[in-house]
Design a protein around this ligand. Structure first.
Ligand SMILES: [Ca+2]
Ligand SMILES: [Ca+2]
Ligand SMILES: [Ca+2]
Length: 260
C-alpha cells in the first residue's frame, strides 16, 4: 500500500516536472462586462490593450446566446499574449464566431502572423472553395472543407504541438446543437516566430479582418483534447481547474495519507 502511494507520488511528481510551470488557461475573453468589454477573465490580467485598424463595435447582445461581444468590420483587438512556439510549444485557442460574409477571401479570428504562416485561425478560401474555417500550419493552410452560414454561431479551435509537429483544427458549424461530434482535422504543423502579441479579428498588421462577431475567445498553453473541447462546446465554456494544480493536489493528498 505504502509502496503504491509512493510510486504514485513519484509519477505525479515527474508529471509536474515534465509539464510547464503554468499549464493552463492564459487568456479568456467573453466580452460580457459592459464596464470593461476588453477584460481578460482568466485571472492572468491579459486584458486587451487596444484596437488595430477600424475598432470593432461592442454591443450587449452581439455575442453568443445574446451576450456581449464586439462586431468586427475592418479591424481587430490586440491581446498581450505571446503564442510563439518557443514560448508555448503546446497551445490551444478558439472562439465562438459568426460571419457576416461568405464572399471568397480571408477573414481571421485569432492570429500572431507576421509572415511565414504563423499560428492563425479564421475563415478563408485558401484551402479551396467554399470559404471555410482554416488554420495556418507554419507552411500553408488547412481547412474544414465544410460550408459556413451567416446565421449560425460556429465553435472553432486549433490545438498546436510543436514537439510532435502536429496541429488539429476542431469545428462545429452550429455550436447551438451539442449532440454532434466536433469535426477534426489533424495535419503536420511546426512554426517559426510570429508577433509577440495576439490579435483577435485580424492579422496583427490589420489585414484579413473578420466581418461579423467573435465571442468567448480562449487561449491555453497546453494541447487540449477533443473531449475537453467538446465539453467547452457543450457548456458554452466554463473556466476549468488548472491541471497542474489538480495533480499537485492529488500528490499532496496521497502524501498526507501515507504519513497517517
Ligand atoms: Ca459574450
Ligand atoms: Ca453542433
Ligand atoms: Ca513569422
Amino acid at each position: 500500500m505504502k509502496k503504491t502511494a509512493l510510486s504514485l507520488i513519484t509519477v505525479f511528481g515527474l508529471t509536474s516536472l515534465a509539464t510547464p510551470a503554468r499549464a493552463a488557461l492564459v487568456g479568456y475573453y467573453n466580452f460580457d462586462n459592459s464596464a470593461n468589454p476588453f477584460e481578460d477573465s482568466s485571472g492572468n490580467a491579459n486584458h486587451i490593450t487596444g484596437s488595430i485598424g477600424t475598432a470593432p463595435t461592442w454591443g450587449s447582445a452581439v455575442g453568443y446566446n445574446g451576450s456581449g461581444a464586439h462586431d468586427y468590420a475592418g479591424g481587430g483587438l490586440s491581446a498581450p499574449v505571446n503564442v510563439n512556439a518557443g514560448v508555448m510549444p503546446q497551445m490551444t485557442w478558439g472562439a465562438w464566431v459568426r460571419t457576416d460574409t461568405l464572399v471568397a477571401g480571408n477573414y481571421q479570428v485569432l492570429s500572431h502572423e507576421n509572415g511565414g504562416w504563423d499560428r492563425t485561425l479564421g475563415l478563408s478560401d485558401r484551402p479551396g472553395s467554399p470559404v471555410q474555417y482554416t488554420a495556418f500550419t507554419g507552411s500553408g493552410a488547412t481547412g474544414s472543407a465544410a460550408a459556413v452560414s451567416t446565421t449560425a454561431w460556429s465553435f472553432i479551435a486549433t490545438s498546436h504541438n510543436q514537439n510532435t509537429g502536429q496541429i488539429t483544427l476542431y469545428v462545429d458549424l452550429d455550436a447551438s446543437s451539442t449532440g454532434d461530434a466536433l469535426l477534426e482535422f489533424t495535419t503536420a504543423g511546426t512554426f517559426g516566430d510570429g508577433n509577440t502579441t495576439t490579435t483577435i479579428g485580424a492579422f496583427p498588421s490589420g489585414n484579413e479582418a473578420w466581418d461579423g462577431a467573435i465571442d468567448q475567445v480562449f487561449i491555453f498553453d497546453e494541447e487540449l483534447s477533443s473531449a475537453q473541447l467538446t465539453q467547452f462546446r457543450n457548456q458554452g465554456f466554463v473556466i476549468p481547474e488548472p491541471s497542474s494544480a489538480l495533480l499537485a493536489g492529488m500528490a499532496l493528498a496521497l502524501l498526507h495519507r501515507r504519513r497517517r
